[in-house]
Design a protein around this ligand. Structure first.
Ligand SMILES: Nc1ncnc2c1ncn2[C@@H]1O[C@H](COP(=O)(O)OP(=O)(O)OP(=O)(O)O)[C@@H](O)[C@H]1O
Ligand SMILES: [Mg+2]
Length: 471
């Protein structure tokens, strides 16, 4: 039998240590549908290893309500209403608090801030998400972050003197490839494209310091409340995005949990349950897991759909960019969530909290199996594709163990017998650390993040490519 599957977490480090070496420190500011996070990470530029300095996680639903004069410009999946000002105030407060908790000097110790959001349900098209990211920028400015720490550098002089030796900006510029993956040609394929980009980079970064070589081709999934992620191919020096994911993820568990009656009906989530993990032999009715899955669609998103699992999508743009768009929905834009709540009630009545947790583990794990088989059907899985998973609705409980032992391919072989499988905590935040380095061309030859599994660093190939583009 396999041992308990490990979820990779960054090692922790103190600020004073980061002042003694070539450390590049980045704040990830993320407005999620359920949680809002400010996570401070730092990368040792010699080894590419990422460490965590501090993190603060709040419930997004605790944002202050809009005043009567304010315009609501977005809402979370469960309808928490957001205004530009309320979002920026919450971000400023969370960022200030995490910086203060470790005595970080913004000017001296913090090099870059990356903002992202999974809150897209209130938008009508993928590009409207830009306005939310703007509100996050306002929050960072309020907390005292200078604008130059939020945009890519063009020359090494913008970096602190001690770090200038570690940038390749004189040889390569930031051309949009993050950890050597190019975004789809049309950037507005899904509203959470940036999340997909960051988690892909983050999982590549998370394995540094281990013996895993998690590079292209990869399939990555962020199981937050909603789903994000990408499939890349093995083009060189940059991989292309050939698959993209959107829709519901933890929202499915949350509906089941709300139905159980053990959390608030309007906006309770699985995170409100006591911290707990159900054992493998917990008694449950697997028929109920099947019943849940019958209410869920895991499929490619057809042309003419502008929203899938509440997330704005543009399947036409996806097709034109050569991207297979895949999603998870419960009915149409969550229309089956009330039916899932009913099943949740049955599970809880029959099998209590243990049974509820065990069911969530099995339900979420099976979502991954269905997504992988869909990707396989569309020929997106190559012989050496690695799979990386992050987000609370897939890294919690025994989900990693269940996926490891049940994920099979079309030919009935076990995924892990032929492919890598990694689980990462806070993958998106680590992706912020990686993306910030990419924007400032701070790669290392010895521990490359870019390129293909087993290959050497792509710096030379990038220089050649960029010279060709210029001439
Ligand atoms: N034990 C668990 N089992 C299943 N789901 C869980 C568990 N614990 C938390 N979740 C779910 O994970 C989701 C929260 O994960 P995370 O904080 O990564 O999402 P988020 O960043 O807020 O959402 P998004 O990225 O979609 O904006 C919620 O839906 C939550 O209920
Ligand atoms: Mg998230």
């Amino acid at each position: 039998m396999r041992n308990h599957v490990k979820v990779l977490k960054p090692r922790s480090i103190g600020i004073s240590s980061t002042r003694m070496g070539p450390y590049y420190t980045v704040a990830s500011v993320e407005l999620g549908n359920t949680t809002t996070k400010c996570i401070l990470s730092t990368t040792n530029l010699r080894t590419a290893e990422i460490f965590q300095i501090a993190k603060e996680v709040r419930f997004t639903r605790d944002v202050r309500p809009p005043t009567s004069e304010e315009q609501v410009f977005g809402e979370t999946l469960v309808g928490v209403r957001l205004t530009r000002a309320s979002v920026s105030e919450m971000i400023a407060a969370t960022l200030t608090s995490v910086l203060e908790s470790v005595g970080m000097d913004l000017e001296r110790d913090l090099h870059f801030v990356v903002r992202s959001t999974g809150v897209t349900a209130g938008f009508s098209s993928p590009n409207e998400v830009g306005e939310m990211v703007q509100a996050l920028a306002e929050g960072c400015l309020k907390a005292g972050v200078p604008p130059r720490k939020m945009t890519a550098s063009l020359s090494p002089d913008t970096l602190p003197p001690g770090l200038q030796d570690y940038t390749w900006l004189k040889r390569v510029y930031f051309d949009g490839a993050v950890a050597s993956s190019l975004p789809p040609a049309d950037a507005s394929v899904v509203a959470n494209e940036m999340e997909g980009e960051l988690v892909t980079a983050g999982i590549k970064g998370a394995v540094k310091g281990t013996d895993i070589d998690f590079r292209n081709p990869v399939m990555t999934l962020d199981f937050g409340t909603t789903l994000a992620g990408r499939v890349t191919d093995e083009s060189h020096p940059y991989a292309k995005t050939i698959g993209s994911f959107a829709g519901l993820a933890g929202a499915i568990s949350d509906a089941i949990v709300r139905g159980s009656g053990s959390v608030r009906v309007e906006n309770g989530t699985a995170l409100d349950l006591p911290k707990f993990s159900a054992a493998k032999d917990t008694a449950i009715d697997t028929g109920l897991v099947d019943a849940v899955h019958r209410l869920i669609r895991v499929e490619t998103i057809e042309k003419g759909t502008n929203r899938f699992g509440t997330v704005p999508v543009d399947p036409q743009a996806a097709e034109e960019s050569g991207v297979v768009l895949m999603g998870i929905d419960a009915g149409k834009n969550g229309s089956n969530l009330p039916a899932l709540e009913k099943i949740g009630r049955k599970i809880y009545q029959g099998y209590q909290l243990d049974g509820l947790f065990r069911t969530l583990d099995l339900v979420q794990a099976r979502l991954v199996c269905r997504l992988v088989s869909l990707a396989e059907q569309h020929n997106l899985i190559l012989d050496n594709t690695s799979l990386g998973l992050t987000g609370r609705s897939i890294t919690t409980g025994l989900k990693p163990d269940i996926i490891t032992s049940t994920l099979i391919k079309k030919d009935e072989s076990l995924w892990v017998d032929k492919h890598q499988l990694v689980f990462v905590e806070d993958g998106l935040a680590m992706g912020a650390a990686v993306a910030a380095r990419c924007m400032n061309s701070m790669g290392t030859h010895e521990f490359p993040m870019g390129g293909r599994k087993g290959d050497r660093c792509i710096m030379g190939a990038r220089m050649k490519l960029q010279r060709k583009d210029k001439s």
